[in-house]
Write a protein that binds this ligand. Structure first.
Ligand code: FES
Length: 334
C-alpha cells in the first residue's frame, strides 16, 4: 500500500490499492481541497515531488498543459504506483464530518419521477452517514470509471442511499442504471463527498435552485431543513426549472414535509416558449430567482445544483446581485 508524505510536514497517510491520493487523504480525515471528484474543477491540484502515479483520466480538463509541465497533478485522478511525496495546502474546511468509505450496495427499488428522471434506491448493511446535499461516486458493473450522483434522502440508520438521476442520452452509466441494472444487483458506492451541504449553523432564509438531476441534492437539503429547528420562523424557497411541463417535478416530495405552504414554497418554471401545456412561470431558473427574490437574496443561504449552463447563469446572477460567496453552496461535477 503506497505511503503519501506531505512535503515540509510530518503528515503521511496510506493509499489503499486502487484508491486515489485525494480520496485516501479524505478517508484519513485530512482536509485535501476538492470539489467535483471527476477531474473537471481543478481544485484538487497538487505538486508531485517524488514517486510515480497513473492518471484515471489522462485528459482531465481540470489540469492545463502548463500545470502538467510544472509537475502538477489532480488528486482525484492520481492513483499512486509507488510511495509519493506531494506538496499542497491542506484546508480544515475540507475535513469530512463523515469520512468517505468504499462500500457495496444493493439496488432495492426504482421509481419514475418524470419521463427521464428516476429514483434509484440502494441499501447497505450499515447506517448511511452523510450530510444533506452531499454526493457519492457510483461504480456500476461493466461501466468504466465512477460517476458522481447526489443523494436525495438524509442520514439514516437503515443504510438507505437514494439517488434521483436524469437519463443522459447515450450515457454509459445512466444507460446501465435505467436499462441494465436489476433489483438485487450490487454496485460500488464511495462517499460521502461534497461541500454543498446544509449549513445548520446559519439562521438565514434558504433558497434552493435546481434543474435536471440537481433535484436530488436540493430535495435532500430541503428534507433536512424541514425537520430541523433551524427552519422555525424562516422561509425556504425551492425553484425547479425544466424545458417543458413534463420535466417539472419535486412538488409531491416537498408537499410531504412539515411547513410546506407556510415555511416552504415551491416555484416551478418552464423555459420552452412553445409549451402550451404550461400556464405557470416561464423562463430560466436564474431569471425567476432574480425576479422573485432579488431584494432578499443577499441575505439568504443559496444552494444550487443542475446542468453546467444553469449553474453558470445562477453564479453570474448571484454575483450581479451581490450575494456573498460564503452564502452560496454548490458542487459542480460534470
Ligand atoms: Fe479533482 Fe475537481 S478536479 S476534485
Amino acid at each position: 500500500m503506497p505511503a503519501i508524505a506531505l512535503k515540509g510536514s510530518d503528515v503521511e497517510w496510506n493509499c489503499a490499492d486502487g484508491d486515489t491520493i485525494m480520496r485516501s487523504a479524505l478517508r484519513t480525515g485530512l482536509g485535501f481541497p476538492y470539489e467535483c471528484n471527476v477531474g473537471s474543477c481543478g481544485n484538487c491540484r497538487f505538486d508531485l515531488l517524488e514517486g510515480e502515479i497513473e492518471e484515471l483520466r489522462p485528459d482531465a480538463p481540470g489540469l492545463s498543459d502548463r500545470d502538467r509541465e510544472r509537475g502538477r497533478r489532480l488528486g482525484c485522478q492520481a492513483r499512486p504506483l509507488t510511495d509519493c511525496v506531494v506538496k499542497l495546502r491542506l484546508m480544515p474546511q475540507y475535513e469530512s464530518r463523515f469520512p468517505p468509505v468504499r462500500q457495496e450496495a444493493e439496488l432495492t427499488e426504482v421509481r419514475d419521477i418524470t419521463h427521464d428522471i428516476r429514483e434509484f434506491r440502494f441499501r447497505l448493511d450499515k447506517p448511511a452517514r452523510f450530510l444533506p446535499g452531499q454526493y457519492a461516486l457510483l461504480d456500476l458493473p461493466g461501466v468504466e470509471g465512477s460517476r458522481a450522483y447526489s443523494m436525495a434522502n438524509t442520514e439514516n440508520e437503515a443504510g438507505e442511499w437514494h439517488f434521483q438521476i436524469r437519463r443522459v442520452p447515450n450515457g454509459a452509466a445512466t444507460g446501465k442504471l435505467f436499462d441494465g441494472l436489476a433489483i438485487g444487483e450490487r454496485i460500488g458506492v464511495d462517499g460521502p463527498y461534497g461541500m454543498a451541504y446544509l449549513r445548520t449553523e446559519s439562521d438565514r432564509d434558504i433558497v434552493c435552485l435546481a434543474g435536471g438531476s440537481g433535484l436530488s441534492p436540493m430535495i435532500s437539503v430541503t428534507r433536512a431543513a424541514a425537520v430541523s429547528p433551524l427552519l422555525a420562523g424562516r422561509r425556504l424557497d425551492f425553484v425547479y426549472g425544466g424545458r417543458t411541463a413534463r420535466d417539472i417535478c419535486g412538488r409531491d416530495m416537498l408537499a410531504e414535509l412539515p411547513g410546506f405552504g407556510s415555511n416552504i414554497h415551491y416555484h416551478p418554471v418552464v423555459s420552452g416558449a412553445d409549451d402550451d401545456d404550461w400556464d405557470g412561470h416561464r423562463g430560466f431558473v436564474h431569471e425567476l430567482a432574480a425576479k422573485l427574490f432579488s431584494d432578499r437574496l443577499p441575505e439568504c443561504e443559496v444552494y444550487f445544483a443542475g446542468p453546467p449552463l444553469m449553474g453558470q447563469a445562477i453564479q453570474k446572477m448571484l454575483i450581479d446581485l451581490g450575494v456573498p460567496p460564503a452564502q452560496v453552496h454548490f458542487d459542480q461535477f460534470y
